[in-house]
Write a protein that binds this ligand. Structure first.
Ligand SMILES: Cc1cc2nc3c(=O)[nH]c(=O)nc-3n(C[C@H](O)[C@H](O)[C@H](O)COP(=O)(O)OP(=O)(O)OC[C@H]3O[C@@H](n4cnc5c(N)ncnc54)[C@H](O)[C@@H]3O)c2cc1C
Length: 379
């Protein structure tokens, strides 16, 4: 019997597989696709923290700023000394998976898990590989199988609580400013989230998210802002932006998107997925060694990831709901506050892609009335 089966070879699954294999555990990583990293459903914007966790050469560009466009066409430009990396997500996933394989993980591609059963003394996993039905047993399982997690459905019986649907294209358009991401807010570009254009080396990733569904219909209008826009590829996908109340059970842990451990304000889930993956590996290491894989023993996992991320994700979630309620008038009046030089300076000092609440809280502390009146205006 295996020590651990990890379902899904995205960043969260490959990183937990790597950490557990490195500690000498017998890990199988089951991935439904023929190729790790494909299809890509990501913009690839991450902090240096993420790149430091992996041995990877996937960076294609670095940016230091963001230009935020408001509904009336005005914009503010914020800038940081630290770089944000734009990476080739396909390559990144392959690199993290290669780390797991070199540490001893048995990666099985084209292996779609179709059922998970938790027994008192083992986990039973059924999967389809090359059309054949196969079965594997393990002492524990990690569900790293993304937003539509099979492990979550079979063991927890739950669904993501809040979703942003995204539509994104790889475009041959070249942005003049290669050092800044463009961000767009307002009712014309998104329902409850935002739109973006990210310079990614030879191309630009242009996309938007919508709370709920319907991203494509908003995208068609938004995309007209980029003339002579030759589309090289289309990638969409959905992002869960509320974490589950319970991310552990007997012999089972959920990490990354499967657990909704994603920053609600930006939809970024690579950093949070890998951090949750490292807590899952640390908890399982102790539980496997003491042979106590009960829910009680594994509850340490939730305490662990929450101590690193819980406060951030909770505040982000509240702020995201607040922004989702704002109308164009509120955004435009926010522009008048944000565009003041001292406020831009404050944003430059406190902005952090992995901890976005810091900048929002510092803005709120500076001018709580602005947020209250924006809330009052609503849509
Ligand atoms: C358009 C878009 C843009 C984004 N941009 C960014 C960004 O710029 N920065 C950022 O940090 N985040 C971004 N995200 C979010 C980010 O992509 C996810 O949070 C991240 O991929 C989560 O990693 P994960 O390993 O938890 O899940 P995933 O990357 O979804 O990996 C899950 C894996 O499980 C496999 N799988 C699923 N079901 C099964 C099954 N039954 N059996 C076997 N295998 C299975 C899948 O094939 C997949 O490989 C974006 C998301 C979208 C949709």
């Amino acid at each position: 019997m295996r020590d651990v089966i990890v379902v899904g070879a995205g960043p969260s699954g490959s990183y937990s597989s790597f950490l557990l294999s490195r500690r000498g555990f017998d890990v199988a990583n089951l991935e439904e696709h023929m190729e790790v990293g494909r299809p890509v459903e990501c913009t690839g914007l991450v902090s240096r923290r993420v790149m430091n966790m992996a041995k990877t050469k996937s960076a294609v560009n670095t940016v230091h700023g963001a230009q935020v466009f408001f509904p009336d066409g005005e914009s503010v430009h914020v800038r940081k000394n630290e770089e944000t990396i734009v990476m080739d997500r396909d390559q990144f996933d392959k690199d993290v998976s290669a780390m797991a394989i070199s540490a001893g993980t048995d990666l099985r591609i084209n292996s779609r898990v179709i059922s998970v059963k938790i027994h008192p003394d083992h986990v039973q996993v059924r999967y389809r590989q090359d059309g054949n039905l196969r079965e594997e047993k393990a002492r524990a399982i990690i569900g790293a199988d993304g937003i539509n997690s099979r492990v979550r459905k079979d063991v927890f019986g739950s669904v993501p609580r809040r979703i942003v649907s995204c539509y994104q294209v790889d475009s041959a358009v070249r942005l003049e400013d290669q050092d800044s991401v463009q961000v767009f807010v307002g009712s014309k570009v998104s329902r409850g989230f935002f739109a973006w254009a990210t310079p990614s080396g030879d191309m630009t990733k242009i996309g938007l998210g919508n709370v709920g569904g319907g991203a494509k219909s908003y995208f068609d209008g938004f995309n007209r802002r980029f003339p002579a826009n030759r589309i090289l590829g289309i990638n969409g996908g959905a992002i869960p932006i509320a974490y589950l109340r319970k991310t552990y059970s007997d012999r089972t842990l959920l990490v990354g998107d499967a657990a909704g451990i994603v920053k609600p304000l930006s939809g970024g889930g690579i950093y949070t997925g890998m951090v949750s993956g490292s807590h899952a590996a640390a908890t399982l290491e102790r539980a496997l060694e003491s042979d106590d894989l009960s829910w009680k023993s594994l509850s340490a996992y939730q305490k662990g990831w929450r101590s690193d991320l819980g406060r951030e994700l909770w505040i982000d979630g509240l702020v995201q709901r607040f922004f989702a309620m704002l109308g164009d008038r509120s955004f435009n009046s926010m522009y008048r506050f944000i565009s003041r030089p001292e406020i831009i300076g404050l944003i430059n000092r406190t902005g952090d892609i992995d901890f976005p609440s810091r900048v929002v809280l510092s803005l709120m502390a500076r001018n709580p009335w602005m947020f209250l009146s924006a809330f009052r205006h609503g849509r």
